[in-house]
Design a protein around this ligand. Structure first.
Ligand SMILES: [Zn+2]
Ligand SMILES: [Zn+2]
Length: 356
């Protein structure tokens, strides 16, 4: 009898947690892994939200291997705030099987994004060999009029639609980052606004200086063709992303911030951007507590680990942890080793940059 009532009790408890479907089939849990999102903790910087965005992905509608709604689901699960669908215009290896117009991949992704409260940005990749190379046009309305032979006419059409235009992977495919006259002309004409200093698994140190000299937005993106987990692992590894200092979490705010060049590239633990943005991020991330004249504690409230050298010592500030160390001289200049502000240049700070 006791046994039976215990079983009854157990089944009542289970039925609260589990979803009973019928006498033949029980669902063991309501917690589907696809509905679990990791949070990437990055504090606000100078009053701006730091949005985590990937502005370069492909789907089966060009040469990618995933359906567009998977791009949205992956990005949501990984803790991103927005993803752009940027299928090629000119390179469509599946076009005999998938007969659709060039706007279709975004439409499918947008439906999935709207259902889950996520931001998906409509884009496309204008794809030519060097010298022009590849350019992403973001925040466009209609890809079809960009399907023209002359790439400069495609760029003009993107500009006409109000696009933010990004120069993709300048060091690919020949391992040479070459700044050609066509790029200079396009930048001068206000037709290139951002530069992908990191793409997929590679980065282009020469481009850090170009982004500074020409006031281009620093960007890091995946250019994913495969499922994301194939490239960056299933746990704990963050994909490359562009950190956007936005007034609010919305597509309009992301667009405003990109044109204002308030971005940082974040890839493989490294950051690249303008010194004021990197310094703002560092200050927001590291909280200093002076214990006494000999000891100081620094708490890193972000998910980004920082490394700095000062007074011939290396200091590591692990993500989400506090370290305590002996107080260095107040005027010690620290070089933040993973914050790149130019080609061969890194962010420098002193204690007076911080509030404590
Ligand atoms: Zn490309
Ligand atoms: Zn691409």
């Amino acid at each position: 009898m006791k046994k039976i009532s215990l079983l009854l009790m157990l089944s009542c408890v289970l039925s609260l947690q589990a979803q009973l479907r019928n006498n033949d089939v029980y669902e063991v849990t309501e917690m589907e892994q696809s509905r679990v999102r990791r949070e990437i903790r990055i504090p606000n910087v100078d009053g701006y939200k730091v949005l985590k965005c990937d502005f370069h992905t492909h789907t089966v509608f060009s040469d990618g291997k995933v359906w567009p709604d998977t791009r949205v689901m992956e990005a949501w699960q990984e803790g991103l705030d927005a993803v752009a669908i940027t299928d090629h215009i000119e390179y469509l290896p599946h076009k005999e099987i998938i007969k659709a117009d060039l706007n279709e991949s975004y439409k499918i992704a947008k439906k999935a994004a709207d259902a889950s409260g996520f931001i998906v940005i409509k884009g496309t990749e204008i794809t030519r060999s060097k010298p022009l190379g590849h350019l992403n046009a973001l925040f466009i309305n209609d890809v079809m009029p960009m399907d023209v032979e002359d790439p400069l006419k495609a760029i003009d059409e993107a500009v006409r639609q109000g696009a933010f235009i990004m120069w993709n992977h300048p060091g690919w495919p020949d391992d040479k980052s070459t700044f050609y006259p066509v790029h200079e002309e396009l930048i001068k004409a206000g037709k290139i606004h951002g530069l992908e200093v990191f793409n997929h698994m590679e980065y282009y140190p020469a481009c850090f200086d170009w982004a500074m000299e020409h006031n281009l937005a620093f960007m890091a993106n995946t250019d994913s063709h495969d499922p994301i987990s194939n490239n960056y692992g299933r746990e704990n590894q963050m994909r490359p992303m562009t950190l956007v200092l936005a007034k609010e979490r919305s597509e309009a705010s992301i667009k405003e911030a990109l044109f204002a060049k308030r971005t940082m590239a974040f890839f493989n633990g490294e950051l690249a951007g303008k010194p004021e943005h990197l310094k703002g991020l560092l200050k927001a991330s590291l909280k200093i507590r002076v214990i006494n004249e000999k000891l100081v504690e620094v708490t890193n409230i972000s998910d980004i680990t920082y490394q700095a050298t000062g007074g011939k010592k290396l200091y590591i500030f692990p993500a989400g942890k506090t370290i305590s160390f002996s107080v260095p001289a107040f005027d010690t200049v620290f070089t933040v080793e993973n914050c790149h502000t130019g080609t061969g240049q890194k962010l420098t700070v002193t204690a007076s940059d911080f509030d404590f």
